[in-house]
Design a protein around this ligand. Sequence first.
Ligand SMILES: NC(=O)c1ccc[n+]([C@@H]2O[C@H](COP(=O)([O-])OP(=O)(O)OC[C@H]3O[C@@H](n4cnc5c(N)ncnc54)[C@H](OP(=O)(O)O)[C@@H]3O)[C@@H](O)[C@H]2O)c1
Length: 246
Amino acid sequence: MAQSTNKQVIVISGGSRGLGRGIAEQLMASGHAVATFSRSKTDFVETAQAANPDNFFWAPLDITDAEALKLFVNQVYQKFGRIDGLVNNAGATLDALLPITTDEEMERTLALNLTSSMRLSRLVSRVMLRQQSGSIINISSVLGVRGFKGVSVYGATKAALDGFSRSLARELGSKKIRVNSIAPGFLATDMTHGMAQARKEQIERRTPLGRLGEVEDVAGVVEFMLSDAARFVTGQTIVIDGGLTC
Ligand SMILES: NC(=O)c1ccc[n+]([C@@H]2O[C@H](COP(=O)([O-])OP(=O)(O)OC[C@H]3O[C@@H](n4cnc5c(N)ncnc54)[C@H](OP(=O)(O)O)[C@@H]3O)[C@@H](O)[C@H]2O)c1
């Protein structure tokens, strides 16, 4: 296992499964500490808690609960004494044509994908401002970069996250805090599990690299963007989609 000489403390929202889990595993394998939360506990969380209690922290919470989020950030700071990176990863798709989308669905998607990430960024940026350093990564999507039928509300939340990254990068740059978006293409996770086989094959045909993405394809870029190697990169949206949108 490659151990980093420069251990970082990274907060990841929704690190119990899917992409968040993959990012957590990659960062811990490099010797970093990870603090994460989700509504339900998974076997991965159970194992990481037992195997790596000094470098892994998990709390059960719903990201749309503002008080619980505040308590979580305080707990992370108490445990680790600093926060070097934040990955706003928790999110959910809304696959629905707009004319039949309900207010409740719209509001839930905005609260989960957008408002809660902005709120968590606000909490963590206060810690980073005291440290005068940090890196924030917003996980957006190719659906925020290009239009696709049936995902207008989801796509709007992801495009908004990209805009959030750009302006926040300008706001925090002088304090050596970087803010970027990472926009994955279609990944093989629970989120795309229910997608029709014909749709998956269509995406593969339209992708120059000829396949759906894997969590590992994205996790490595997240690690790079959190690292000092990316110290002059801020306010950008990095698309990782095998060329689907090129
Ligand atoms: N999969 C793709 O093809 C794809 C493509 C582009 C972008 N993305 C983006 O990548 C991110 C991760 O997607 P994924 O595919 O890994 O999703 P996933 O497999 O469904 O995992 C989502 C994670 O977020 C947590 N989460 C969901 N709702 C939450 C809530 N209200 N409060 C706290 N935690 C919550 C989940 O845990 P609990 O359910 O237990 O709370 C889980 O840990 C999302 O922002 C997504 O939009 C995904």
